[in-house]
Design a protein around this ligand. Structure first.
Ligand SMILES: Nc1ncnc2c1ncn2[C@@H]1O[C@H](COP(=O)(O)OP(=O)(O)O)[C@@H](O)[C@H]1O
Ligand SMILES: Nc1ccn([C@H]2C[C@H](O)[C@@H](COP(=O)(O)OP(=O)(O)O)O2)c(=O)n1
Length: 252
């Protein structure tokens, strides 16, 4: 589905101590990583995908905004896409609304289709997929439909009490930000999201982040995970984004 116009992926396959000569200077990249398994290694022909996991109110959306600002990702929030679909009055709208109201998970086919459209309409190659996958069914549907594995998986680990407090204070008028629906969402999170978290943990892709603290404190734990991407920018300048640009297959 995706084609890389030109690739610099070979840079990602070096170990953390690789040195690059640039003029008089020698750059060492990946030094913020502590192990090989933490190095993002986008595969040829795929977008660079980061899944952002965590319970309701754990701060996923807040941290995504910081990552977008610092590292130029495109933020694709599954919850926002579903809410947009409801607002658009589409055929799926009423089913999505009642599912969200009950604190349940919308069928994967619907969510993956919305994510796919959003990715295909973007010029970017770096995506933060926020609030997805929320279940093994979500995960498998994405892999089958989009044909991509995530390069990085973030998991914002937050105590339940803190999540409840944050959601009740969110004040965005969401139909699911009330105590009854939150209880249900937390139950569903416990039941369906842990298998996904364990799956990526076993594959060495999971970055578990303690989500308690100020927004800036938490972001300082997130920043090193993406540092190699900004090292690439400083080595190659903004044009490297163009080199990585993805175009839909049909247009190639
Ligand atoms: N570190 C934090 N400390 C306190 N409140 C936070 C923190 N991060 C986010 N929030 C607030 O908590 C609420 C939920 O955050 P949000 O990013 O929307 O969570 P999620 O996307 O995981 O549901 C928002 O009102 C947000 O402003
Ligand atoms: N992969 C997803 C993501 C969200 N949803 C639905 C169910 C969720 O309770 C709502 C809101 O999701 P959103 O990620 O915006 O909110 P929280 O992280 O739960 O605060 O959307 C879904 O069905 N499937």
């Amino acid at each position: 589905m995706w084609r890389r116009v030109a690739s610099v992926s070979h840079l990602f396959s070096h170990s953390k101590s690789t040195k690059f000569n640039q003029g008089a200077s020698t750059f060492k990249i990946w030094e913020t990583f502590t192990s090989e398994s933490e190095i993002p290694t986008p595969s040829k022909g795929s977008p660079f995908v980061t899944f952002v996991l965590g319970g309701p109110g754990s701060g996923k959306g807040t941290q995504c905004a910081k990552i977008v600002e610092a590292f130029g990702f495109t933020h694709v929030s599954a919850g926002d896409l579903l809410r947009r679909e409801i607002a658009s009055g589409s055929a799926y709208g009423s089913v999505i609304l009642s599912t969200i109201r009950e604190g349940k998970i919308v069928p994967s086919q619907v969510t993956v289709e919305l994510i796919q459209k959003e990715m295909e309409s973007s010029d970017n190659y770096k995506f933060l997929i926020d609030g997805f996958p929320r279940s093994e069914e979500n995960r498998k549907a994405f892999e089958q439909t989009i044909g991509a594995e995530p390069d990085v998986v973030l998991f914002f680990d937050c105590p339940e009490q803190e999540m409840v407090k944050r959601v009740l204070n969110r004040n965005q008028g969401r139909v699911d930000d009330n105590i009854d629906t939150i209880k249900k969402r937390l139950e569903i999170f416990d039941e369906l999201n842990w298998p996904v978290i364990n799956y990526y943990s076993q594959r060495g892709k999971l970055h578990k982040i303690n989500a308690v603290g100020t927004v800036d404190e938490i972001f300082e734990k997130v920043r090193p995970i993406f540092a190699p991407l900004s090292t690439l920018s400083s080595l190659f300048g903004k044009d490297h984004c163009e080199e990585w640009k993805f175009v839909p297959k049909e247009a190639s």
